[in-house]
Design a protein around this ligand. Sequence first.
Ligand code: C5P
Length: 403
Amino acid sequence: MHSLHQRRLLLGVGGGIAAYKSAELVRELTRQGAEVRVVMTAAATEFITPLTLQALSGHPVRQALFDAQAEAGMDHITLARWAELVLIAPATADLMARLALGLADDLLTTLCLATEAPIALAPAMNRQMWAAPATRDNATLLTTRGLHLLGPADGEQACGESGLGRMLEPQEIARRATTLLSSGPLAGVRVVVTAGPTREAIDPVRFISNRSSGRMGYAVAQAAAEAGANVLLVSGPVALPAPAGVERIMVESAEQMYTEVMAHPCDLFIATAAVADYRPQITAATKLKKTAAEMSLPLTRNPDILAAVAALPQPPFTVGFAAETDQLEQYARGKLEAKRLNMIAANWVGERAAGAGFESDENALELFWPGGSLTLPRAAKLPLARHLVKVISEHFHQLRPSP
Ligand code: C5P
């Protein structure tokens, strides 16, 4: 089930050039199962037609406060009560100023006063306008009142300048909206999941890798997103689509995976990736030729990503995986201690796995933590991942009680 399944989102569109991205945003929200009603300001209709957003949302787009016909259907108060989240994207400097003042001079600002739903703004404006003291003050005032600011991002702007003020990409806005709407056990928790194999290049066409399909990790990422977490999936090469509501960064090698993981701080780190332990000491620049009867390939150790995360000065809650062919508990507990993890999920591979594990749709897990253990019986990877995430979140909250 998608994370926004049947959630009711009121999308307010302000009058800025980024309004063209609202079409993509409506598509993304509806793709994730949300019901979207769109309200446009008068200025927004200068940038994108109501018809476009009507076609994508499947509902008439509202513009005017005094529209007798529209008010005869869902009037503005009903619409304000209907919304579970009011999302304004783009939010212009003018719209932010009007909201800060509490004006109700058009339908969108009126709805913002009339709703009890959380309100999120995705600002989009020229960098100078974003930096202007009036906008700074308005942004501070709005956040103090409990409105959520999503972005803006840094980068190239439509005006030709570059700086802070770009609207976040629609996928990112949808992801943040999902988090805001979430009431699951991991609501608002930043989770990083590694998944899949890594590829260690020998030359431009050959590499060392392993049989990991990435399915367990992708299921864990999906289950964490369903539990309300803000999930980043750092994935090695696999043939799987990113789960709904999950941000994904694709990497090839262990070193690239290490760099991405270290660049993204989190509260909970789940390492499901089958990271190659070694990489060729030298990657040949051109394809190696088969001249000699024998060849040997000197290897060098890859960084242990999980151990490095667990050794950070303020480490997140860390969960490792251990695939073993024998002495499962002994090896798993050894890794739990050696890498200083909070939990390890171990599974059989090879003959003992009896069809579960790598490249399979099913798996079974033995969980170990300091002073305890639990068996998660064999199941399809997604239900198993949901079970795992439930157990992880209980331990996570025990260790870090919410304020
Ligand atoms: O030591 P071993 O490779 O068996 O440990 C497995 C666990 O450590 C998994 O959670 C795996 O994702 C993680 N790992 C890692 N970086 C490595 C090797 C393993 O994050 N270089």
